[in-house]
Design a protein. Structure first.
Length: 425
């Protein structure tokens, strides 16, 4: 937005800030929040505090530095209000779990470490955060964040003290952070209609089990080497001789990879499905839905634990889910795979639409990073990082509201949604 557009939105922004920053106790702090949001939304290559203060007529670098890095206002309460405000407006078809990386130099920025950096596509020094977004084909918004604390930071008392990491925060796997976020959002009265995630999460049997135990429906990507039994496979137990422990029922045939199960059906079993209108026309490919029973040591142990806790025993039967497979017309073999616990009678078109809806969060990340400076924060502290991310989330939510406003002349506006194709990334 240029200065004229920002000034024209000042009244609406003031009302927005009054609502989402209502938990911030001091009026001057809320005013700094308004100023920071304007700085994020103004055009400019860098959204560091110094650069924003220079562009804003009422910008004061020292005041903004104090507001972001030293002030004690609670960012969680602000994000809670943003989430509760935005979910009804977006009317999400799903929630999406993902993680985002922030390349960094040095080793003193909070939770920075050599690890896989998605922004660079390789191992690099960076921070990583897990995020959960409410998504539809026409709008989306981050609901909550967790900064991933690498193992090397767990017992590094010096760096933890200098960056202000709370004592109760330690290393926790990304998939556990995602489940923690879902629990926190549930405490705010928000639950996902369906959860979608890439293979970094969907591959993990513990993550899928965590969703099942929370009663969350999912459509999650997996790699081609995930193993499964056909849905009609039955575990059997050898006859008991009467001596020793009774043999436990198990599947006598080895499980196959999902790639082998899909390819074995042949290309003729795949159906063409169109999932949305893109900028270059309908987006379509060929898909197949199969009922399968995911296998593997961890999947078996989780199934046994769940059955034993529920029924006191286990009959060896692995839970049944749907395997969704994509085989593009120009590919020699299937290319993409998803597992879903939606009902067996779920339509393949709906499964495909949900599997593909993650494109919206790439739209989010582009705007959050390139437009609103998500990765431009130059501070090093835990407090500063969470304040900055919360303020960027607020700016993104405000802009999303303006695009969704009935009088907004954009493809994302409800007034034009039925007649204008949604934008594609």
């Amino acid at each position: 937005m240029d200065a004229h557009e920002v000034n024209r939105a000042r009244a609406k922004l003031a009302l927005f800030v009054a609502d989402v920053f209502a938990s911030v106790p001091r009026k001057d702090q809320r005013a700094k929040g308004d100023c920071y949001l304007r700085g994020l939304m103004l055009d400019g290559r860098r959204k560091s505090i110094q650069a924003m203060a220079e562009r804003l007529p009422d910008g004061n670098e020292q005041n903004l530095q104090q507001f972001v890095n030293q002030s004690t206002w609670d960012p969680v309460l602000v994000r809670q209000r943003i989430a509760q405000r935005m979910v009804p407006q977006i009317g999400p078809d799903a929630w999406a779990v993902d993680d985002v990386s922030f390349p960094k130099g040095g080793k003193m920025s909070v939770a920075v470490a050599p690890q896989y950096c998605g922004a660079l596509g390789k191992q690099a020094n960076c921070q990583v955060a897990v995020s959960v977004h409410a998504v539809s084909d026409t709008a989306s918004c981050p609901l909550q964040w967790r900064l991933f604390v690498p193992q090397e930071w767990a017992a590094d008392a010096v760096r933890r003290r200098k960056t202000g990491i709370p004592e109760e925060v330690g290393h926790r796997e990304k998939w556990r952070l995602a489940l923690d976020v879902l629990d926190e959002l549930a405490g705010w009265g928000l639950v996902p209609p369906v959860l979608v995630a890439d293979a970094g999460y969907g591959q993990n049997a513990d993550f899928r089990d965590g969703l099942e135990r929370r009663g969350v429906d999912y459509v999650v990507a997996v790699r081609s080497d995930v193993t499964a039994h056909p849905h009609d496979a039955q575990p059997t137990a050898p006859a008991w001789s009467g001596n020793g422990r009774k043999p436990q029922p198990r599947y006598r045939d080895k499980p196959s990879s999902v790639a082998a199960l899909a390819a074995g059906q042949g290309r003729q079993a795949f159906t063409e499905v169109t999932w949305r209108e893109g900028s270059r026309g309908p987006m379509r490919s060929h898909f197949l839905a199969l009922r399968v029973r995911p296998a593997g040591v961890r999947a078996r142990r989780l199934a046994q634990a769940a059955a034993t806790a529920r029924d006191g025993c286990w009959d060896g039967v692995l839970p049944e889910v749907t395997l969704l497979v994509e085989w593009p017309a120009d590919a020699e073999a299937p290319t993409d795979y998803w597992l879903s616990n939606l009902p067996a009678d779920a339509q393949i078109a709906e499964l495909v639409r949900l599997a593909k809806i993650r494109w919206r969060i790439e739209h989010d990340y582009r705007e959050l990073k390139h437009g609103l400076g998500l990765d431009h924060f130059e501070g090093r502290s835990w407090n500063g990082w969470h304040h900055h991310v919360t303020l960027v989330t607020a700016a993104h939510a405000f802009l999303t509201e303006q695009r969704l406003a009935p009088k907004a002349d954009t493809p994302d506006s409800p007034s034009t949604r039925s007649s204008t194709p949604s934008r594609t990334c």
